[in-house]
Every structure is written in C-alpha cells, then in structure tokens.
Design a binder for this molecule. Structure first.
Ligand SMILES: C[S@@+](CC[C@H](N)C(=O)[O-])C[C@H]1O[C@@H](n2cnc3c(N)ncnc32)[C@H](O)[C@@H]1O
Length: 268
C-alpha cells in the first residue's frame, strides 16, 4: 500500500510532535511496516487510517502503530561496558555517598521489554547482597504498554540468557512450565517499578536520579528533541549523578552541561 505525500507529512508531524520520533526519511518503512496492520483493521488506503490515528484517543491503536514503526530490540547485558562501569565505578560511588539514606534512585528510560532494568537489578543484588537495608528499586519506563506487559511478566527465551554470568542463571532466574522459557525471580521483579512514560513529557518524578540509563532511544529523535530531553534529564539528575546513552549516540555538549566521562557516559 502506498502513502500519499500529504498523508505522509501529516503522520510524520503527528508522531514527531507527540512522541519525538523522526520518521521524515522513513516513507518506505511506514508503507512496509503499516500496510498489513491497515489491511487487518479494514482500511483500504492510508488516508482514512492517518485521519483516524491522528485524532483518536485510543491508546492501544497508537501503541500498535508505534510498535510497528520503532524497534524494541534489546537484550540482557547489552553494551556490556556500561554494566562494567556501573558495577566498578558507579556502585562504589553510590555506596559511599548514599550510606546514610541507603536509598538509590536509578531510572531505565525506554526500558523496552525489561532486560536492561533486570540486568541492573542483578548487578545491584550482587553488589549489595552483603550490605542489608539498601533500597535499590529501579524506575523503568517506556511509551509502549505492549513492551511493558512483557517486561512485567519477566519471561524470556532460554537462549536470551546465554551471555549472563553462570551464577545469575541459578540465582535470578527460575524455570517455567515451558521448557524453552525462563522467568526472572520474584525478588528481581520486585526491584523494578514499571511505568508508562512518554519522554516528550515534563519529568516530574518525586526524586532526582543518581543514574539515568536512556540507551538506544534517542536514535529516533531529531537534534532539538534530543537536546531538550537531555536538558530535562540534567535537571532530573542529582549532582554527581550519571547519564548513560547508547554507544552509537552522543550528547550535544554545546547544548547540555553534562560532563563527558567516556563514550556514551556523562556526569552532572
Ligand atoms: C531499542 S529500545 C531500547 C531498549 C534498551 N534501553 C536498550 O538499550 O536495549 C527503544 C525503546 O524506546 C521506546 N521509546 C521510543 N520513543 C519513546 C518515547 N517518546 N518515550 C518513551 N519511550 C520511547 C520504545 O518504545 C522502545 O521500547
């Protein structure tokens, strides 16, 4: 199915304005990824679909469209250097600076199906296992309710944990009735608070964050949207706190005062 230029422009503007995602060079992707959905939903052309989706309040339909147009690709231990840095540098820093309150505030923004916040949880559990009393709960958000449901379920294909340390397989995963799947343990699940959150919205959480992971999310955003979001992250970061982004991404240091630490790692 082909999309007319006028409908394409309307859809691109709608998605960019509401979700920050830049599809202006993705005409073919829109046509190939949405055609089947349109057919399934009984649309015979893009015009009526675009008219509907840009005016509807139906979150499920918008979610379905975003799921088709973006990628939720993620996996346990993705971009491992960040997790090593988290374990070897950030956690000792937090253990020292937060030793009075014993409350950490970590945000996985754009968490997709949960592998990132669960990986962080396993590192936290390893690190604090012999130090009782720490509140290590992580906030994990995504715009897509669909991926958050998968995340909350915590079930993953057995192959997806082949890269995790051997003791994690026994300590943090349990068997399911399906022999090809494993599930994160209740203790791991309970450490993550999943919420729907659109990163285009103002950040008004109760506390500021010691660490924000926002990896492989801003790849879809144009530069002004990225700059504005990273500034909002900056304002939501505690002094000395960290922002970690995807390895193929960068922060415009002329626009945001974070200090560069190493590739994809910044500090307030
Ligand atoms: C490729 S996944 C990244 C997952 C994980 N952070 C990682 O690096 O493996 C990108 C996620 O960003 C989410 N996303 C895209 N635009 C968003 C927005 N405006 N607000 C919140 N999440 C968004 C998508 O739904 C998707 O789950």
């Amino acid at each position: 199915m082909n999309i007319l230029q006028e409908d394409f422009t309307k859809l691109v503007n709608f998605v960019q304005h509401n979700f920050g995602i830049d599809l202006s060079r993705k005409k073919q992707l829109i046509e190939s990824r949405l055609s089947n959905t349109l057919k399934e939903k009984g649309y015979s052309d893009f015009s009526s679909y675009v008219k509907y989706i840009t005016t509807t309040k139906n979150k499920n339909d918008i979610d379905l469209m975003l799921n088709k147009l973006t990628t939720n690709y993620t996996y346990f231990m993705r971009e491992r250097e960040h997790f090593d840095f988290f374990k070897d540098t950030i956690l000792p820093y937090l253990a020292e600076t937060k030793k009075t309150s014993k409350i950490l505030s970590i945000w996985s923004a754009g968490c997709s199906s949960g592998e990132e916040p669960y990986t962080l949880t396993m590192l936290l559990k390893d690190y604090f296992s012999k130090q009782p009393g720490w509140d290590t709960r992580i906030l994990a958000t995504d715009i897509s309710q669909n991926v958050l449901s998968t995340a909350m379920k915590g079930e993953y294909a057995i192959e997806s944990i082949k890269e995790v340390p051997p003791h994690w397989k026994t300590s943090y995963f349990s068997k399911t009735t399906n022999p090809s799947k494993v599930c994160v343990t209740k203790a791991v699940k309970d450490n993550v608070i999943f919420r729907t959150f659109n990163l285009m919205d103002p950040i008004n959480f109760k506390m500021k964050f010691d660490v924000i992971f926002c990896r492989n999310v801003m790849i879809y955003f144009d530069q002004p949207t990225k700059d504005a979001l990273v500034n909002r992250f900056y304002n939501a970061t505690n002094p000395g706190g960290y922002l970690l982004i995807g390895h193929s991404e960068s922060v415009n240091r002329a626009a945001v005062p974070y200090k560069y630490i190493m590739p994809a790692t910044y500090r307030k």
